[in-house]
Write a protein that binds this ligand. Structure first.
Ligand SMILES: *Cc1c(COP(=O)(O)O)cnc(C)c1O
Length: 232
């Protein structure tokens, strides 16, 4: 087994333990290997250890990688998405996590109608209200869900957040609790065309806490592939 494969299995084991600690069904939590900036051979190391869900941030990199990986990979677009790039990924990805405005949702809808596909999306929430982050506030999100739910050929599957960078993962526990509560609140409104089955939160520094608090998708990059080098 490669080092990356070993890392992948170690992260999976940590998730097993986090779920066991709170009595969560392990099958409800999926690990996404976040592979931005990493070469295909490293993605294949993770693939061979069992990874089938991969997350990418940049449209060009994602589009380049798709044909180079086995067809059973589920691709997740997790990075900030510009409207003029939507056309390159609709029909190619399993889930778009980073829908942070009605205008972006409208563009995804328009392109999905054109291609005659349904696009699964998450709405991004700026749960801690950080200035540097994308997404609406907790309060704005319900309104965005309602408006986006009217659009054709998109399906709102749930919510996503990028929690603050913290030294101690416990500092983010309340962020994850708030996200889970918001997802339950929205789900109770029974909005047509909306399920809140998916909650994408938790990264290398805090994925175990996120798993304990209700995440269904964990996005882990550094913990699997090691540090990223953006200058290569
Ligand atoms: C890069 C990235 C991740 C992975 O971050 P790590 O800290 O390396 O695990 C997760 N989510 C998003 C949106 C990212 O951009």
């Amino acid at each position: 087994m490669s080092i990356i494969g070993d890392n992948y299995l170690a992260v999976q084991k940590n998730i097993d333990e986090a779920c066991a600690a709170v009595g969560r069904d392990r099958k409800d939590v999926t690990l996404i290997a976040v592979s931005k900036t990493k070469p295909i051979n490293e993605l294949m190391d993770a693939y061979e250890a069992g990874a089938r869900d991969f997350g990418e941030n940049y449209v060009q990199e994602l589009v380049d990688k798709i044909p180079q990986m086995p067809v059973d990979v589920r691709w997740h677009m997790i990075g900030h998405l510009q409207r003029n790039k939507v056309k390159y990924i609709v029909g190619k990805v399993h889930l778009i996590h980073s829908v942070d405005s009605l205008r972006l949702a409208e563009e995804i809808s328009k392109e999905s109608v054109k291609q005659n596909v349904i696009s699964n999306i998450l709405l991004e929430v700026n749960a801690a209200g950080e200035e540097s982050k994308w997404g609406g506030s907790l309060e704005e999100t319900i309104e965005l869900v309602k408006q986006a739910s009217e659009l054709l050929n998109i399906k709102i599957m749930g919510l996503m957040t990028v929690a603050p960078y913290v030294e101690n993962s416990e500092e983010n526990r309340q962020v994850f609790v708030k996200m889970k509560k918001l997802s339950v609140d929205i789900s109770e409104q029974n909005i047509d065309n909306v399920t809140m089955s998916t909650l994408s939160m938790g990264m290398t520094g805090d994925y175990m806490v996120a798993a304990q608090e209700g995440a269904t998708l964990l996005r882990v990059g550094t913990g699997i592939f090691g540090a990223r080098n953006y200058n290569k």
